[in-house]
Ligand binder design. Sequence first.
Ligand code: ZN
Length: 293
Amino acid sequence: MALNDAHCHFFSSRFLDLLAPDGGGADALAARLEWDPPGTATELGDRWAKELDRHEVSRAALIASIPGDAVSVAEAVAHHPHRFVGFFMHNPAGSSADTTLERALQDLNMRAVCLFPAMHGYRLDDEAVERVFKAAATHGAAVFVHCGVLTVGVRQKLGLPSRFDLRLGDPLALARTAAGFPQVPVIVPHFGAGFFREALIAADQCSSIHFDTSSSNSWVRFHQGLTLESVFRSAVAVLGPERLLFGTDSSSFPRGWQKGIYDQQLRAMTAAGISDGDRQQILSANFDRLFPA
Ligand SMILES: [Zn+2]
C-alpha cells in the first residue's frame, strides 16, 4: 500500500541555531535534547530518505520549523525531489515578510506556507494573511495553518518562553480568508487540534480546507468521550476522504519516523469502517494530487 506522510519536521542545525542563538550551537543543543546532531541539511535529508525507505514511505512533506530555515529544507528537497515536498514556517507579521515569502516560493521552490498565528500573534483574517494566500495562489502553493492547541516540545525542553495566544488559532477566522482563494489548498493539521467542531464547520463552508491526521491527537481529551475512531468518522462524513491527509508529525533522530502513529491511525480507520479505497486516498493519493512529484 502506497504511503505518503504530509507532516514531518525538518529539525536542521540551522533550525537549532535560530531557535536558541545563545544555546552554544546546534551540536550542543542537540546533545541537550538527546538528539543525534543534525549535521548539514544534505546529511539530514539523506537520513530522512533512508528512514522513509526503511518504513516504505514513498514521499514526505518536510517542514522548515522556524522562520528563516526554508533554505535547509530546500537543500534536502534538491537532493531528493521525488521524495520530499518543502513546507516552511512563515511569520506574515515579521519584518520583511513579503520578501521572505516571495523568496521561499519563487527561489526555494517551497510548496506550502505554514502559519502559526498563536505563536506569532496575528489574526487569520488579517490583511497580512490575505497577502500570504495571494502569493500562494500566484505560485500554486498550499497554505498550512496551525489552529487550536499549540505545544512545541523542543521549546519546552530548552526552557524557551512559549506565550502563545491560542485564541488566534481560530478555524472560523481562517475560513473567512480561505473562502476568498478557493484555488489555494489549505491544510489544518491534527484535525484542528482541539477546535475540531470549528474546523469541521470551517471545512464544511470552505471546500479548499483539508485536515491532516498527524500526531498523537491527544487533544481528543478535551472532548468528553471522543476517540480517534469517531474523529475519523466525523471528518470523513463532513470533508469526504479526499480532503484528509495522513501525517505522523515525526521530527528528530534517533526517534525517526513514528510508525506507532501510523499503526494507531490504521486501527482507528478500520474501526471507523473506512473502506480500502477511501483509506488509500487518505494515506497517499490526496497528497500526490495536491503535491505532484
Ligand atoms: Zn507538527
